[in-house]
Design a protein around this ligand. Sequence first.
Ligand code: LFR
Length: 473
Amino acid sequence: MPTIYSAAIDLGATSGRVILGAWSKNRLTLTEAHRFPNAYRDLGAHTYWEVGTLWHEIQTGLRKAVAALPRGAKLASVGVDTWGCDHVLLNDAGRLVFPAHAYRDNRTQAGLAALAARGASRIYAATGIPNVFYNTSLQLAETVARCPAVTDLATRCLFLPDYFNFLLSGVMANELTVASTSQLLDVHSPDWSRLALEHFHIPPTWFTAPVLAGKKLGRVTALPELAGTRVIAVPGHDTACAYDAMPASPDGGDLFLSSGTWSLVGFESATPVLGAEAEKARVANERTGGGGYRPLTNVVGLFLLEQIMKDFSQRPQSDREWAALITAAEKAPAPAGLLDTTDPAFTAPASMKAAIDAQLKKRRLAAPRNLAGYTRLICNSIGRGHAGAVSAFERMTGKKFRRILMVGGGSKNRLLCQGTADAAGIPVVSFNLEGTAVGNLARQLISLGAVKDLATFRRLLGEGLAQKTYAPR
Ligand code: LFR
């Protein structure tokens, strides 16, 4: 079979990538065609994404990906994944009728408190998604309540990956995995929850029945260089892509950890995990690319470290500088106490260092002396958060997990991997794997018929993959 080329557009909250995948002789090779910074911006009291900039970078990345192809080769397909929850409102002609807010905008705080006071358990039973500030449900409820005329203007709600698929192909569709981050999907079916839509006063006509990953939406119409290239709906949610890319053992004994801005700790399951304890532990029953469940909890992740760099103006610029920081952090004194990473003060602080120092002061703990000290404190604290999620899942499901598989930016961070293994008491296996991009490409290759199914993809991927095991100490 000739080599198949596909591109993954993979947008994270702090950076975006366009990655060219080449599938040949059952092996996937990745080339980073383009990487660019991403950030939310404040306008007055609110927080927004720069959607136009993201689209501009996507186009630049796709052009670079095409330029990187060997002579005569064609790009077979593209797929888009992004962080969850965020969305745009459009009319039938595809015009934006409302700006794209970022999920860290504090506009949902009042709705969060109101749902916590009344209705959270009913919504959890219906959607399998806990009451968290970033949910699309709370965001759309706020939009409709504060700007009621929007219901006259908007006819469609697309999540960000759906919107970029639309810009690429002209086809509007809601994809299941990203829809499942909204708290508006029925936990027992692949369709929308009437109960949740009514509760939040959201017009049901804004959504169409979600499509499964692998659906061929159309061809690229936006860029002449990509004429003929297919636009395939991949798992639109980056975490669903990362989970799809896990070279998991088929026996189900692996716990998954996708470590980036957020740490997503969970596993795959044929059934959702529901009930009072699951709701309290904030288990989110999001969907997999194939339509199954991936019960997971969202523990604060490397956002703490990404943000504290701003306070030190010495952000490591290369892998080597990162390695040097981690080495220094390993040598820093062990923290006397760890951070409570669930502190709401860490959600979107003006200064992460000030927020951390304030918590330490309240608990009469000394603040670290330098960036290495903070790095140590943060990594150990996130590690303990991971371990807490593991034991909560074991309690709730009666399962005993044998390993933690770790992908994403954090899998390169020795301190975090070891800290997680130590706190959880089971080995952490880290893969040097761009999980989100690989899962995105996997679904394209399956849709194109180049790979039989996900189990096959995982087996082939695992065979060629470097891994490092951290035994608990
Ligand atoms: C990770 C992620 C998480 C989601 C958070 C907000 O990038 O997609 O899964 O909970 O961002 O959307």
